[in-house]
Design a protein. Structure first.
Length: 570
């Protein structure tokens, strides 16, 4: 007898398709009452089938068209918002397109006649249901209704957040949108910062163009445009941010820097504000620093076993300097704070001097510099020496004075951690010499120099094979013969990663251990190429090699390798 799925139960179809067994279906029948789910969802919850298995079975049974992820990447928001968000979320539906006869609505349960009747009344048009997976629908609803809230319904999307600006004497000045509900600028700034915090944004860019203001968030190291308010609101936006950060509202010709302490129901955030004049108006960049608990550890930052062992070895030395180098935003401070978190104990006095204090760590004395009251790095560090420290973290070596104090700390029995802006590990040594520190002091104090970068991770939901172009292979320093041995991957873009193909970041590291041979070269003022050749002989992996290793593992893309590393030949 021919099997006809249209007259079969969903369990029978799954068994017939070979994705579930009869015993699994019997178990699900027993347990579905506990889960209060249908048999298919119960099997999925038990881990016996995937969502795609269930969708295929429902397609065979009901013959409804199945919506795939790639069809949801570029929906028209005007069509999506035909269905109010509360109804869409509660009833698991989303309007995806319309034709001359009906609105096409994706539903997790297209057989539900009651929901279809409600949709016809809401839309005042016929409805053509199609089938969609529950997890895909959840991500799609969040993505599009969030966009609607932050653009079309911008003025209505204000939450009950309270901004707290801190003045020069650290007194709090409250700007509360609830008391000024008719002020569109207050609502807009509220919305921008609220959405940034929800999206784990590190920087907010508010830039005036000729006809509109562009607002971009830096997420996972890359800027994304999130909204374009009318240009007429730009002056008001900048003025409000100046008020909150206690800057001069009347001054529009000179750069200004300030900070805001924000207290919200989500978290407390310290915001560093930079305003510069441009030919089209003042541009604002705000860096968001989470004042909550520091959640990173060395094991989550991307260290492989070899790098972790090397870094861990130098963390536990009694004295000397470890320098972490890289550009702004490369994760230097995060790495060093994770290191302090790992080695702190009740027997050790750890003191940090930073500008600003980006992460709060219990059990560690943290000092924030303040140029307005002449609390510079140098002045703070001289006071730290009288605080009986065992370990000192210096936020950044910026000048000869700071570098000189750091070296004196290390030569008098202290372990010192610090950061420096440099391209790689060997150029970090050259930079120390350029600052004005004598070669013999650099050579005698350095333990480890580590350069690092942050590369974006491929989204696991849309990871797929990729064939790089000849230009990409050339830029990455990969020959065609080498390329044949590599399984290149990239993210095609999906609702989970906001169509970027990336989700999260990982570190790559270049570890230069200062061996006796390296120490001798530094003492002799050898150039950085000579030092690099010796370091490579000692087993150092360059940033490029470290990145290539993660690319071969399918963790990141060739695009990220080209963007953040250089294939060098010596």
């Amino acid at each position: 007898m021919t099997f006809n799925p249209q007259f079969a139960r969903i369990g029978e179809i799954l068994v017939h398709e070979g994705v579930a067994t009869e015993d699994q279906v019997k178990e699900a029948l027993v347990k579905q009452g506990n889960f209060n789910l249908k048999i298919g969802e119960t099997l999925r919850k038990l881990g016996y089938i995937t969502e795609q298995d269930l969708l295929h079975a429902l397609y065979l049974q009901l013959e409804y068209e199945v919506v795939h992820e790639d069809e949801l990447l570029d929906l028209d928001s005007e069509i999506v918002k035909l269905i109010p968000e509360p109804f869409a979320v509660e009833n698991r539906v989303i309007a995806i397109k319309e034709d001359a006869d009906a609105v096409i609505v994706a539903m997790t349960d297209p057989e539900n006649i009651v929901i279809q009747d409600h949709l016809k009344k809401i839309l005042n048009r016929p409805v053509r249901p199609v089938l969609i997976g529950d997890s895909i629908l959840t991500d799609t609803l969040e993505r599009y209704y969030k966009s609607i809230r932050t653009t079309s319904q911008m003025e209505d999307a204000v939450g009950n957040f309270e901004f707290v600006a801190v003045d020069e004497e650290e007194n709090e000045i409250t700007i509360d949108s609830k008391k000024d509900v008719d002020a569109p600028v207050v609502k807009l700034v509220n919305l921008i910062i609220t959405e940034a915090i929800k999206s784990n944004t590190t920087d907010i860019h508010i830039e005036p163009l000729s006809k509109e203001t562009k607002v971009r968030f830096r997420i996972d190291g890359a800027l994304r445009e999130v909204m374009s308010p009318p240009i007429g609101l730009h002056t008001g936006i900048v003025s409000l941010i100046k008020v909150m950060s206690k800057l001069n509202i009347a001054e529009r010709r000179l750069p200004q820097d300030g900070h805001i302490s924000l207290k919200t129901s989500i978290k407390s955030v310290d915001v560093r504000v930079s305003i510069v004049p441009t030919v089209t108006g003042e541009k604002v960049v705000m860096r968001l620093l989470d004042k909550g608990e520091f959640g990173f550890s060395l094991t989550t930052l991307g260290f492989n076993k070899r790098d972790h062992e090397i870094f861990g070895k130098w963390l536990r030395r009694p004295y000397g300097i470890t320098i972490v180098s890289g550009p702004t935003g490369s994760g230097k401070s995060t790495t060093l704070h994770a290191a302090l978190k790992e080695i702190k104990n009740v027997e050790t006095n750890i003191v940090t001097v930073e500008d600003p204090v980006e992460y709060r760590l219990d059990g560690i004395t943290q000092i924030e510099t303040n140029a307005k009251i002449d609390l510079t790095f140098g002045r703070a560090l001289r006071s730290v020496l009288r605080q009986d420290p065992d370990i000192v973290l210096i936020g950044e070596i910026r000048d000869e004075e700071t570098a000189d104090i750091a070296i004196k700390f290390s030569l008098t029995g202290h372990l010192v951690f610090t950061t420096l802006h440099a391209n790689d590990a060997t150029s970090t040594i050259t930079r120390m010499l350029d600052i004005g520190i004598p070669p013999y002091l650099v050579a005698s104090s350095l333990n480890l120099v580590m350069a690092q970068r942050l590369l974006r991770l491929i989204c696991p939901h849309c990871k797929t094979d990729y064939q790089p172009t000849d230009q990409e292979l050339n830029d990455a320093g990969i020959t065609k013969d080498e390329a044949k041995k590599i399984k290149f991957k990239h993210g095609s873009g999906c609702v989970h990663c906001d169509n970027t193909g990336y989700s999260g970041r990982t570190g790559i590291f270049e570890m230069l251990e200062v061996s006796p041979a390296i120490r001798k070269l530094i003492f002799e003022s050898a150039n950085q190429d000579t030092i690099k050749i010796e370091a490579l002989k000692n087993g150092m992996l360059t940033l490029h090699q470290s990145g290539m290793e993660k690319m071969r593992l399918g963790i990141t893309t060739i695009t990220e390798i080209i963007k953040f590393t250089v294939a060098e030949e010596l």
